[in-house]
Write a protein that binds this ligand. Sequence first.
Ligand code: ADP
Ligand code: MG
Length: 368
Amino acid sequence: MINGIPTLEDLGDIEGERILVRTDFNVPLDDGRIVDDFRIRAALPTIHWLQQAGGKVVCASHLGRPKGEPNPAYSMDPVRERLAELAPGVELLENLRFDPGETSNDAAFVARLTEGIDLYVNDAFGASHREHASIVGPAKTLPSAMGRLLAKEVDVLMGLRDRPKRPFVAVLGGAKISDKLGVVEALLETVDSLVIGGAMCFTFFAARGEPIGDSLFEPDQVDTCRRILDESGDKIHLPDDLVGLDANGQFATWGTRLPDGAKGFDIGPGSAAAFTDVIMDARMVFWNGPMGMFEDERFAAGTRTVAQAMADTKAFTVVGGGDSAAALAQFGLDDEVDHVSTGGGASLELLELGDLPGLAALRGAPNA
Ligand code: ADP
Ligand code: MG
């Protein structure tokens, strides 16, 4: 038991029992082929433990956004093939989101899901911030546990929240600030420095009254950003140079005041160097969100430099977020950080609120 949540050991004798394991097999697909099987491999410690203890493992996951009806483009078949290679003898149910009852947390869907099932294990960290049927339903009636992956994620992320080593630095980027404002405010309570890059920085520049050209920004968040800068400006590091495309579509470098028609797509080399210094001096770093539009090689330098700093620093380093993890893997640096979270939204919500619906459900299980 960890913080009131049963672990695999708390399931008792599982010999011959059928165990529903909610996994996060929401892998990136390209033309029906798995691009990265990281999320499948991440579930193996739990699956192997259950099998070795004599349990019959039935995995269930969502894949993509099939909108509550069967859609062959999101069939679990490619995952089933890969899983059969990595863990023979595991059953895998069809995509949970082929049924509208999954996202609406329908009790009848939970009943169908748990028919003939004796025990429930949640190992789907990446989906545990959602109040979906397979995440919060089964633990109401079945003896339950958190799997190894979920336990590891919670341990690492709650460690950042509750036992920060200082200087504790958070690096945030990515496209949308509205998704992340809650966590920005929560992080500002605990971090020593908050580094902001990605498209996020333009809403902050707009809040400072600086011209941002045609860069991506969120007008309705400008007031909140201004308040955040007023309250915690001394902790916040914004870029002081930017690169992007000018009004004629030519690659250009600027300070933080962009000319008319310009679009900022990455932090500049000076900012990347300054951010590197902050990361190198830290003892703990959490990074979510690329520094620029790294999918385009012209705008990958800022993200690559920050990823390299994450690899080089002696600090304890944690990366959360699908695109940030993909960037790290693209640069071949995913083994160089201490923890790559399998959850983007879930890692941010756990840092912000200190709990997730999936964890609360396990705390309410009959064996908890
Ligand atoms: P994560 O998945 O790691 O949480 P997000 O989904 O929040 O990250 O953001 C990732 C996206 O942000 C990437 O597709 C990247 O191209 C985009 N992005 C980053 N900086 C910019 C920018 N300056 N302009 C437009 N898009 C950007
Ligand atoms: Mg993303």
